[in-house]
Design a protein around this ligand. Structure first.
Ligand code: SF4
Length: 442
């Protein structure tokens, strides 16, 4: 399927798959290792509850289209999830093989095999038999949560439009996931599958007036807007030309806008996005990439396997280092840091005389994203708590009955698969609430 997005050959060469795909024979061998457990823990560990033993059994028996359909019934973005899910801590982490001191079943790679074989053979999302309904639904944001909500609503017969300010749909799957995990073109192919259900896509920047317009135009608005901009490095000099936030950096090379990087890179923060940015910098040609973190190894929020991956890529880590200022020099950037340690109350305090300077060319802050408070505070009557949208957990409905929400703007930023589960749950919630006539029609 032509998505219109051309993968830069240089990017493809520099970012080979982190986990190469399984061939047919290897997939069948691996599928035959699965014990097809009753009450399978791998299934409960998946936020979208994919029937793992079932889809694996179908691969073992040679029914790959059936396997893909089993995955898609639970998770419409099953292809993306097979590439980006932290399976080590979800399905594969709970596989019973661990208890037998054996290698867990490679669920992620089997899922990828099923989905890619299905799509490569021209497979389409199966359209459920249902009646067309006239109610109009807007899904705001075109990331995983909105896409999952839109697909499910459309399968239920509603008229659905996904609205996003950016030219390409897919949200973080398209713009923000490291290329060696998920390619932009693969994310867009999945979007095209959802478009194939009859979901419309619109590029529109929504502000307060825009929200009012949406309320008039649509019966229900689903907020799947994710998070806002990344936190800025709050130190003197942080607006220097050599400072670029991690998501912008990742988007730059994924879209072909930035395919080189200066030799010395410092990444601030030690979450999964920091690791993605640091590894990307290495792949783009940086000679040294150092991740600076204010606490110790044990405190990082990145998964262990991401940390190990960064070490293998040659990324260095500097612990207990706190940036306090930067200035441009003739040679690049001088990043002033302090060594810090927790006091008795756990607060980080600088060690006396510990100031030191790191010479570098690029500083990439990766210290989390702020909530999209600006837009969400304009969604009249939608209550927020700690920067997150408050919803009814069963239906996804917000305190304004016209709005539902899910994904990062509700959970504060979790995995793609959590956003997908949220989106689908909200779609079912919308249908249930509409059936009870509890949503104000505009
Ligand atoms: Fe197969 Fe492991 Fe899941 Fe059991 S827990 S069904 S062995 S993948």
């Amino acid at each position: 399927m032509d998505t219109g997005f051309v993968v830069d050959p240089d990017v493809a060469a520099r970012f080979p798959d982190l986990h190469p795909p399984l061939g047919k024979r290897a997939a069948v061998v691996e599928a035959n290792r699965c014990l097809n457990c009753f009450d399978a823990p791998c299934m409960s560990a998946c936020p979208t509850h994919i029937d793992v033993p079932q889809f694996i059994k179908k691969i073992a028996s040679g029914n790959v289209p059936g396997s893909a359909k089993t995955i898609l019934e639970a998770n419409v973005l099953g292809a993306s999830c097979s590439r980006v899910c932290p399976v080590e801590v979800l399905c594969e982490g709970s596989c019973v093989m661990h208890g037998k001191s054996e290698r867990p079943i490679e669920i992620g790679r089997l899922q990828r095999f099923a989905m890619e074989t299905f799509y490569d053979a021209g497979g389409k999302l199966p359209l459920r038999r249902r009646e067309e309904r006239q109610q109009r639904m807007a899904c705001l944001g075109a990331g995983p949560s909105s896409l999952a909500c839109a697909a499910e609503l459309r399968q239920l017969g509603f008229q659905v439009t996904v609205i996003d300010r950016r030219a390409l749909p897919g949200g973080l799957n398209t713009y923000g996931v490291a290329e060696y995990k998920l390619r932009t073109a693969d994310s867009l192919r999945e979007v095209e599958m959802i478009r194939g259900l009859g979901v419309k896509f619109e590029v529109r920047d929504i502000d307060a007036a825009g929200l009012e317009e949406l309320e008039r135009e649509f019966d229900v608005v689903f907020l799947g807007v994710g998070l806002g901009a990344m936190h800025r490095l709050d130190v003197e000099g942080s607006t220097s030309a050599g400072v670029i936030d991690a998501l912008e950096f990742i988007e730059g090379y994924k879209t072909g806008a930035r395919l080189t990087v200066a030799p010395r890179v410092v990444v601030v923060g030690a979450g999964n996005t920091a690791i993605d940015a640091a590894c990307a910098a290495k792949r783009l040609g940086a000679e040294t990439v150092t991740i600076l973190y204010r606490r110790q190894r044990a405190n990082i929020s990145a998964f262990d396997f991401e940390y190990e991956h960064a070490l293998r890529e040659g990324v260095k880590f500097l612990w207990t280092a706190l940036p306090v200022g930067l200035r441009e020099t003739e040679d690049g950037i001088a990043l002033a840091c302090l060594e810090v340690a927790p006091d008795e109350a756990g607060l980080l305090v600088p060690l006396e005389g510990s100031e030191f300077t790191i010479e570098c060319d690029v500083v990439i802050p990766a210290i989390g994203q702020s909530p999209l408070v600006d837009l969400l505070s304009q969604a009249r009557g939608v209550s927020m708590e700690w920067g997150r949208v408050v919803i009814d957990r069963a239906t996804g409905q917000t305190t304004n009955p016209k709005y539902f929400a899910g994904g990062d703007c509700v959970n504060g930023g979790r995995e793609v698969v959590d956003a997908i589960a949220d989106g689908k749950r909200a779609a079912l919630g919308i249908a249930a609430v509409l059936a009870g006539n509890e949503v104000a029609n505009g």
